[in-house]
Design a protein around this ligand. Structure first.
Ligand code: AMP
Ligand code: MG
Length: 478
């Protein structure tokens, strides 16, 4: 199908106007296509080979209105760094409508009713980061919003310095957040709260519609998905950085990428967000914060579901998280049948990695070809004796495996990515894009989508991060 034939629907606008604000995007000056993601076009049923730069530029810039589109910003609230903010909402995002189960949203397309002091814009740097990382997360099998394309412009946007304004078109099966429910709960609008729950059921949990305890089943599913998603983050060393409840998706996918990072050397207390001085959203706090956020959601849903029932579902969070994390980590080590000592073996590996300042991604990749020869692994650590002792234990454990060494290697090479988009890699693509060279953005899109494959031309991105770029913190300003 061609883009011009795509028809959008806007079911969210069937709700009362209190849920949203209808607003047209404000175009940027001289939009220029940076990158198109053909995989995302296919999700919408569009043939990417029919897409032209000109029509994509217009679509993202808000000057090409698709059939059925009625742009709107959504209203929500949220707990930011532990404190409740009673009205947030899409301050710089504008929804266009829905096609094929995907809600199209422009980010950076100008002010809305919810912009407060903000300019409604996004800069090229943060837009490239969001565009590429959502595809990278998807490539790793982690539930996430997606992105269709990105435009840059000649418009300057004031941040810590002047930067180029850009827009990314994001896609999600739902843009409803924990904070959407909090808004109606804390303003005592329980009828609207119920309408939102019904809407989310219809939109994203149709399997529960009409069944007994549908709201409770939906909450139970959100608890499970959130726990399992965060287990996936932990397994690849992903630090989200801003787990405020307005950035928590009600369908348990990763959304709202800001100062995130894939960790370089393993550091349990790593904090990617420069403004998070207390480390509330540090890597090792993520599972706890997931629980805390789900508690806020339970509280917001309490007029609809008895509190004790919500609590019983929330109580399962720890089990969901640990079970999934153990599965993922066993897979990372190629352990085929669970053994009672596995958690101890895994815990000690993370201690060894931290003590030896080991770069996590290349380490697991090299381990994926482990055949008893430890030379390369030992060269990756500042504490080789500790790693050597750990390898003795690993050897013993591998003896309990039932599959062959070849099978283990094959499995681990499909489990431990060769490429994750570390911050210094993204920064190289951003630096080039700011000089109008978008080649690396497109190359990284390909790496993001094929993280387990060998790409000889990009071998340099699979190694240990140069020390001056290791585990840096990023500013929230975007
Ligand atoms: P975030 O933590 O980036 O997801 O943003 C938190 C809130 O601030 C959301 O309500 C955003 O819509 C809003 N916001 C962030 N940046 C801007 C901006 N430049 N202009 C208007 N609103 C913004
Ligand atoms: Mg947000």
């Amino acid at each position: 199908m061609k883009l011009s034939n795509l028809t959008l629907s806007t079911p969210y606008l069937s709700l009362d106007p209190i849920f949203y604000h209808e607003v047209a995007p404000t175009p940027l000056k001289n939009p220029k296509l940076v990158s198109l993601n053909p995989e995302a076009a296919k999700l919408l049923g569009i043939d990417p080979s029919h897409l032209t730069d000109a029509e994509l530029e217009k679509l993202l810039n808000g000057t090409l209105l698709l059939k059925g589109s009625r742009p709107y910003a959504m209203c929500y609230a949220g707990h930011q760094f532990g404190y409740y903010v009673q009205r947030l909402g899409d301050g710089r995002a504008i929804n266009l409508g829905c096609a094929n189960g995907w809600n199209l949203q422009l980010k950076g397309s100008g002010q809305t009713l919810y912009s407060r002091q903000g300019d409604g814009r996004a800069v090229l740097r943060s837009s490239i980061r969001e565009y590429l990382i959502s595809e990278a997360m998807h490539g790793l099998g982690i539930p996430t919003s997606r992105a269709l394309a990105i435009i840059s412009s000649d418009e300057s946007v004031a941040r810590e310095k002047w930067e180029r304004g850009a827009i990314v078109l994001r896609l999600s099966p739902s843009w409803i957040r924990f904070g959407s429910f909090e808004y109606f709960f804390h303003t005592n609008k329980h009828k609207e709260l119920e309408r939102l729950a019904d809407f989310l059921l219809q939109e994203s949990f149709p399997q529960f519609v009409g069944s007994e305890n549908a709201y409770l089943k939906m909450y139970a599913e959100i608890v499970q998905r959130t726990a399992q998603m965060i287990a996936q983050w932990q397994s690849v060393g992903f630090n989200h950085g801003v787990m405020n409840t307005d950035n928590m998706s009600a369908i348990g996918i990763t959304i709202d990428y800001g100062p995130f990072a894939f960790m370089d050397t393993f550091e349990s207390g790593y904090i990617c967000n420069h403004t998070d001085a207390q480390g509330r959203y540090s890597y090792d706090n993520q599972p706890r914060i997931g629980y805390w956020n789900l508690e806020r959601l339970a509280h917001a849903l309490s007029p609809l579901i008895p509190t004790e029932k919500l609590q019983l579902e929330l109580d399962k969070y720890g089990d969901y998280f640990t079970t999934r994390l153990m599965e993922l980590l066993r897979d990372k080590l190629g352990l085929d049948i669970p053994n009672e000592n596995d958690s101890d073996l895994l815990r000690s590996l993370f201690t060894v990695m931290e003590n030896g300042r080991i770069d996590m991604t290349p380490f697991f990749r090299i381990l994926s070809r482990y055949d008893g020869n430890r030379e390369t692994l030992l060269s990756m650590t500042l504490a080789p004796n500790q790693l050597n002792e750990w390898c003795d234990r690993y050897d013993e454990r591998l003896n309990l495996n039932t599959s062959s060494v070849e099978e283990r290697h094959k499995h681990m090479l499909r489990t431990n990515p060769k490429y994750v988009l570390k911050n210094y890699i993204l920064q190289e693509a951003i630096d080039a894009a700011e000089k109008d060279d978008f080649t690396l953005v497109n190359d990284l899109l390909m790496l993001a989508q094929n993280p387990y494959d060998e790409h000889n031309k990009f071998e340099r991105y699979a190694g240990v991060t140069p020390q001056q770029h290791t585990n840096l913190k990023l500013s929230c300003s975007s």
